[in-house]
Each structure stands twice: as structure tokens, then as C-alpha cells.
Design a binder for this molecule. Structure first.
Ligand SMILES: *Cc1c(COP(=O)(O)O)cnc(C)c1O
Length: 355
């Protein structure tokens, strides 16, 4: 039960599991669960447990510490891959799998006899062995002696733009490099959007993250995924204001006629970004209430003039619902659904449903 005035974040674990199953079917091959950044802000422990119970056997995190926490959450079975890598032994007895991102990583983990994932950069220039290092490794594969390579991976830069020529360029570069450097090692290519690029981007293991959480992996086309998140916050007061009255900090919005304003107990400290000021809406009794004035730290104001039944104690949906998905909200304030999710706050009552 939420405390009075506390916002509620509903996370539909059943929808996450259904999204994962759907991605497995579309990929036509295995899918990991990417649960870095606390499962994109939704809670890595409940999310990973639900996916594990549905049959997911591999998880990806970004940081070593995320991997350690996740091991406690999911138990000894699943493979946990750490995208940023870590020095040999730094995982204690958590049995995490490091991603090897450059030749120094390869050397260190070869000496230690690690299980590992080898990352070949094919067009991202972020992490992963670059073309020069790939050539060195292809010349001298004994540098891999001692390693047990679970997968060889690459990461697509433009998978959410199907027509972008870099997709095909990366596919071709990776196919060539992987057969020279790590022949016979299972391959991992697609993120969420990559799964939708078609059968030539199929690999032994896809790595979907955002699509599990309801973000549209096919921007520009209808979202094929189920929605997962709803953020509901309580109306603390409803007041009548007169023509000419302004609302909130900076008096950034002024009523042209008498209006009813609902003050809601959530703000930018809850991840409801300040850049949404004057540009978003909440859903209440099946209707849309425009956000008016600035989002402040703990409070946000909505125009509920047209929603007569709006009362203090009602919960208005700030994120989620028709026309109000994390993608929609990101688009209103110059960012993407991923950032809306990873910005979600810590003081909600988090309710996990289904699973
Ligand atoms: C974050 C990440 C993913 C998941 O990407 P989505 O777009 O969220 O599906 C996959 N692979 C790597 C290397 C990543 O960093």
C-alpha cells in the first residue's frame, strides 16, 4: 500500500515476460535479458527473476557491481555477462562473465583462464577490439589460449534505422572478423531493434533491453511491444483560478479564462523531467489533462477543467496509457523513452504485477 501522497510505479512483469517470449519467437533464436541500469530503472531483481522463471538463461549488465547484485538475485544458474568487463578475480565467487573490450583485457583474462565474451567493434567506436586489434588477433590466435569464449559479439549503432547503410556494413564486417578471430564461437549481434532487421541479423544470442520494457524497437512504425510501466501520482488539491492568474514557478503559464488546476504529488525529483514543463499531459478518468506551468521538484500542475469528477486523492497517470508511453513522453521533451525509464525516481511505492 502506498503511503498517503506517495506515487505508485506499476511494473507489469507479465508484460515483460510476454515481450521476451515474443522477441525469442521473432528472433528465431535465443534471447538474453539486458538488465543493466537496474533493468532500465524498473528493478533488476524482480525483472531478472521473472525472466529467469520464464526460461531466460543469460543476462547482461553494464557494471561489475550490477552483476554482483544480480547474482544474489537470480541464484547460481544463469550466465551474467558484464559489458564493461572487469579485472580477473574482481567478481569474487559470483562467477560473472567479463566482456573483453581490447587486447589488454584479452591478455589479462587469458592468463587467468577466464570464461569470457569477446567484443569486436564494427562501427560504434566505443568499446570492443578495433579493426587493428582484430587483425593482430587474427594473425596470432594463440593470444586467446586459456580463454573459454562463450560468445563473440558486436553492437549495432543504427539498428533503429532499418535503412541505414551502417547496419549492413557492420553485419558484413562482423561476419568476416568473427570467422577470422573466433571461428566456431557462438555469435551475438542484435539488440532490440536489431531483432527487427530480419533474418540476416539473426545470431546465436540476441541482447534485447528496451523492447522488454515496452519501448518501441521500430521507431516510426507502430509499437509491437506491450506496455510495461505506469506511474500514478496523487492529486493533493484542486483549485479554481481566475483569468489572468498564473501557475507555478516563473509564472510561465497564465489562465486566459477561469480554470481548475490539480496539484499532483510528483515532480522532477521523481524523474518526471522538468523539461516536460508545459508539454505533457496526465490521464485521469480516461481523459487527458494538459500539464500547465513548470514541473517543480515535488509537485506538478494539470488543467482538469474538462474533467469534472477530478478530486483530491484521485491518481493521475503521469507516464503510461494511450498516447502517454515513455516514448511519447521522451519525444515531448527532446529525449528517448530509455532516458525516461532510467530517470524514474526512488520514492515511489513500486508494485510488481504478474510475472
Ligand atoms: C544496452 C545494450 C543492449 C540492449 O540494447 P536495447 O537497445 O535496449 O535493446 C545490447 N547490447 C549492448 C552492448 C548494450 O550496451
Amino acid at each position: 500500500m502506498p503511503a498517503p501522497g506517495q506515487a505508485v510505479l506499476r511494473v507489469a512483469l507479465g508484460a515483460i515476460v510476454a515481450n521476451w517470449r515474443d522477441l525469442v519467437a521473432r528472433h528465431g533464436g535465443a534471447c538474453a535479458g539486458v538488465v543493466k541500469a537496474d533493468a532500465y530503472g524498473l528493478g533488476a531483481t524482480p525483472v531478472a527473476r521473472a525472466l529467469r522463471d520464464a526460461g531466460c538463461t543469460t543476462f547482461f549488465v553494464a557494471h561489475l557491481t550490477e552483476g554482483m547484485t544480480l547474482r544474489d538475485a537470480v541464484g547460481p544458474g544463469p550466465a551474467i555477462v558484464v559489458l564493461d568487463g572487469f579485472p580477473p578475480g574482481a567478481d569474487g565467487d559470483a562467477r560473472l562473465v567479463p566482456v573483453l573490450n581490447h587486447l589488454g583485457d584479452v591478455a589479462a583474462h587469458a592468463r587467468a583462464g577466464s570464461e569470457a565474451v569477446l567484443h569486436l567493434d564494427t562501427g560504434m567506436a566505443r568499446l570492443g577490439l578495433d579493426a587493428k586489434e582484430q587483425a593482430i588477433l587474427a594473425e596470432d590466435r594463440s593470444r586467446l589460449d586459456g580463454l573459454t569464449l562463450r560468445w563473440v559479439m558486436t553492437h549495432l549503432a543504427c539498428a533503429d534505422e532499418p535503412a541505414h547503410p551502417l547496419n549492413e556494413a557492420q553485419r558484413v564486417r562482423f561476419a568476416a572478423a568473427a570467422s577470422r578471430v573466433a571461428p566456431g564461437v557462438p555469435r551475438s549481434v542484435a539488440n532490440s531493434s536489431g531483432i527487427f532487421l530480419g533474418p540476416s541479423f539473426r545470431s546465436d544470442l540476441a541482447r534485447p533491453g528496451c523492447a522488454l520494457y515496452g519501448i518501441n524497437p521500430t521507431p516510426g512504425a507502430p509499437n509491437p511491444m506491450r506496455q510495461v510501466v505506469a506511474l500514478e501520482a496523487e492529486i493533493l488539491q484542486v483549485r479554481e483560478i481566475a483569468a489572468g492568474d498564473s501557475v507555478g514557478y516563473g509564472a510561465s503559464w497564465t489562465a486566459r479564462e477561469p480554470r481548475r488546476i490539480a496539484t499532483v504529488a510528483a515532480g522532477y525529483a521523481d524523474g518526471y523531467l522538468r523539461s516536460l514543463s508545459g508539454r505533457s499531459l496526465g490521464l485521469l478518468h480516461g481523459r487527458q489533462a494538459p500539464l500547465v506551468g513548470r514541473v517543480s521538484m515535488d509537485l506538478t500542475t494539470f488543467d482538469v477543467t474538462d474533467i469534472e469528477q477530478a478530486r483530491p486523492g484521485d491518481r493521475i497517470t503521469l507516464i503510461g496509457g494511450p498516447g502517454n508511453s515513455p516514448d511519447d513522453i521522451g519525444a515531448r521533451c527532446g529525449t528517448i523513452g530509455y532516458e525516461i525509464l532510467t530517470s524514474l525516481g526512488r520514492r515511489y511505492d513500486r508494485v510488481y504485477e504478474g510475472g
